[in-house]
Design a protein around this ligand. Structure first.
Ligand code: HEM
Length: 227
């Protein structure tokens, strides 16, 4: 749950819009090391369409996986068309689209502003960083691990095999995966592109974002959950 102050957000959004462009107004590429992935996905014209499909499928998978779904109940039950207290599904998808457009090497920056046309809140809305976005979700380690297994499965299903192979390539890898995981990737593995390790390495940030600690929602129980 997030208290959002409209005026501050509007000011922030204007500032963020200014920040996403460099001095000659060229959009900033936050992860230039992944530019080849963006090109392979279709570049500025085609890649956002592919990312939208991936995010749509990933969210559908997460809200139907019995382990992760309970943590999204405040979002899926939010029929207010306002993301003031909890995200609407449309806001969640809009922010995930911006984040993955940036992570996959596009001319985007996360956090940043998004327009959520179905929300009644003042537009654009400002997406939050990973600590603030998850500060009341209480994500336990094992649930984060399940989320990542689901996400990788969606990427493998939706991406052409060559693009998935490139995204997960360890050839001349320099971007290190440092977080424990349930995807069978040894800690210390170095990837050619930074997208996958950046996502897995968010484990510590997201599982420690809630000050009161993890919340174990059935079927997840503390006893069998890696923290
Ligand atoms: C690398 C992993 C993850 C990434 C990249 C990610 C990314 C995001 C993004 C971009 C948002 C929207 C932020 C905003 O609206 O400003 C968000 C919100 C949210 N995420 Fe995650 N997330 C991750 C893991 C998880 C996990 C493991 C769970 C729970 C199983 C989760 C549950 C949620 C919920 C419930 C919200 C909405 C919070 C609210 O508005 O009340 N996320 N996440």
């Amino acid at each position: 749950m997030k208290i959002r102050y409209i005026t501050a957000l509007a000011t922030l959004a204007v500032l963020a819009l200014a920040a996403c462009h460099d001095s000659d107004n060229t959009p900033t590429v936050q992860y230039p090391e992944n530019a080849a992935i963006w090109t392979a996905l279709g570049g500025d014209a085609g890649a956002p369409v592919g990312v939208k499909t991936i995010i749509g499928d990933a969210v559908t998978g997460l809200v139907s996986d019995p382990v992760t779904a309970p943590y999204f109940a405040a979002v899926t039950s939010n029929t207010s068309n306002s993301s003031m207290a909890h995200d609407t599904v449309a806001r969640l998808e809009a922010c995930l689209n911006l984040q993955f457009d940036a992570l996959l090497g596009g001319p985007y920056t996360y956090p940043g502003p998004v327009t959520v046309s179905s929300d009644v809140d003042s537009q654009p809305e400002m997406c939050q960083d990973m600590t603030e976005a998850h500060n009341d979700v209480g994500v336990p380690g094992c649930v984060f691990d399940e989320f990542m297994v689901d996400l990788v499965a969606t990427l493998q299903k939706d991406l052409p095999a060559a693009d998935f192979a490139a995204l997960t390539s360890t050839t001349n890898g320099t971007y290190e995966l440092t977080a424990p995981n349930a995807a069978g990737i040894p800690v210390g593995t170095k990837f050619q592109y930074s997208t996958v390790p950046i996502l897995f390495n968010l484990r510590g940030t997201i599982t420690s974002a809630t000050p009161s600690g993890p919340v174990y929602l059935p079927p997840t129980v503390a006893a069998s959950c890696a923290s």
